[in-house]
Design a protein around this ligand. Structure first.
Ligand code: XUL
Ligand code: CO
Length: 431
């Protein structure tokens, strides 16, 4: 079919090659009452698969896609190629930015009209195929008007333009039945403190987010609103640095019950964390929403957005997703792009097939670890002392009362092993 001519829909075949077949991802396999498809909720990212030209900081376009161009015809051809890929992969979901799906107009009104026309086209394709929208978002970082930020821009006209853009993208997401709306503030930060009023910019960002939440609810969008943390790049410093920072920000503006996080593997690494750390913290804080699955090259220090290929890493991530109760409106969005030498149509298919297989193996391992309960039993045992009444009472008492127990009860703590190596050996049994 079209660009993917000669590539058949991918089926599950444990003896297949894992390129034109899934070796591990069996959409219908049931794990703990949910199928793999229901657990993983895979989504293709429109920007990497269809809009990205293959450039890097030292060189331009390497890909030659028949839909590259600035007209509505190109945009429709791009959408049709995207739906061909969704059909080949059997992917239930996709994610998009406005700039991925429509050509930029000469002014805002034309850009908005282009977006609405493309939303119509995509909506029609969704009805025909059953593919769904996991989330939509606004690209508030590529165009030069956003070079000094969107909501946090020193120029109020840019704030207004960003508001108009997000409003149009929420409308589009709502029309497509999107299950989430994402805000990634790629330029919401600074390049140098020397020209930045940090306090004012943070307040602008808080006000903007409140306006977004109010508007989404006003128009009846009942999906989840997500912030995607990232510490830096393209900015030197981004205000949505990591999950902990975003939580503090949400608390500050009274939005912690309204907004959750979309946690990305590569962003977690850039923030000096692991993916599973960010997921565990989001869950602990009650703001876990969705994931952007990818991997960074650990040597380059860039957000290289590669497709995942480490089962042990992915297993630990899904372990936290499952411990959090699994996805509700969220899912696994492949925010991942090909390497720029991967020129062939089959490369785009194989990248997703391989990644889906890696996620399937990770999920299966995570499910087994949780079901067997060995790790959770040991974790519970480690904290068992807190189940005792006197210990629990201490948490609602005073510092003096806690202190008094030491001499009254002759308390002398006995250090115990954290058993890390044994725990790691247990994980190794599953991955
Ligand atoms: C950039 C990134 C974005 C967001 C959506 O690092 O992850 O693609 O996922 O804007
Ligand atoms: Co992302």
């Amino acid at each position: 079919m079209g660009y993917f001519e000669g590539i058949a829909p991918i089926r599950f075949d444990p003896d297949g090659d894992g390129i034109t077949t899934f070796r591990h991802y069996d959409a219908d396999e049931v794990l703990g009452g949910r199928t793999m498809a229901e657990h993983l909720r895979f989504a293709v990212a429109w920007w990497h698969g269809f809009a990205w030209p293959g450039g890097d900081p030292f060189g331009g376009q390497t890909f030659e896609r028949p839909w590259f161009g600035d007209t509505m015809d190109h945009a429709r051809a791009k959408a049709d190629a995207a739906f061909d890929l969704f059909a080949i992969l059997g992917q239930p979901y996709f994610c998009w930015h406005d700039a991925d799906i429509r050509p930029e107009g000469d002014d805002f009104a034309q850009s908005r009209a282009n977006l609405e026309a493309m939303i119509d086209h995509i909506g029609g394709r969704m009805e025909e195929t059953g593919t769904k929208c996991l989330w939509g978002t606004a690209n508030l970082f590529s165009h030069r008007r956003f070079m000094a930020g969107a909501a946090t821009n020193p120029d109020p006209d840019v704030f207004a333009y960003a508001a108009a853009t997000v409003k149009a993208c929420i409308d589009g997401t709502h029309r497509l039945g999107g299950e989430n709306y994402v805000l990634w503030g790629g330029r919401e930060g600074y390049e140098t403190l020397l020209n930045t009023d940090l306090k004012r910019e943070r307040e602008q960002a808080g006000r903007f987010l409140s306006m977004v939440v109010d508007y989404a609810r006003k128009v009846g969008f009942d999906g989840t609103i997500l912030i995607e943390p990232k510490p830096q790049e393209p900015t030197k410093h981004q205000y949505d640095y990591d999950v902990a920072t975003v939580y503090g920000f949400l608390k500050d503006f009274g939005l912690e019950a309204e907004v959750k996080v979309n946690v990305e593997q590569g962003h977690a690494i850039l923030a000096g964390h692991s993916f599973e750390h960010e997921l565990a913290l989001a869950s602990a804080l009650g703001i876990f929403g969705s994931i952007d699955m990818n991997r960074n090259d650990y040597q380059s220090g860039w957000d290289t957005d590669q497709f995942p290929n480490s089962v042990p890493e992915v297993a630990l991530a899904y372990y936290e997703v499952l411990r959090a109760g699994g996805f509700t409106t969220g899912g696994t969005n492949f925010d991942a792009k090909l390497r720029r030498q991967s020129l062939d149509p089959i490369d785009l298919v194989a990248a997703h097939v391989g990644a889906m297989d890696v996620c399937a193996r990770g999920l299966r391992a995570a499910h087994a670890m949780l079901e067997d309960g060995v790790l959770e039993d040991l974790r519970a045992e480690r904290y068992a002392g807190w189940d005792e009444d006197a210990a629990a009472a201490m948490l609602s008492g005073t510092l003096e009362q806690a202190a008094a127990r030491v001499e009254a009860e002759g308390i002398e703590p006995r250090p115990r092993s954290g058993r890390q190596e044994r725990l790691e050996a247990i994980v190794n049994r599953y991955v």
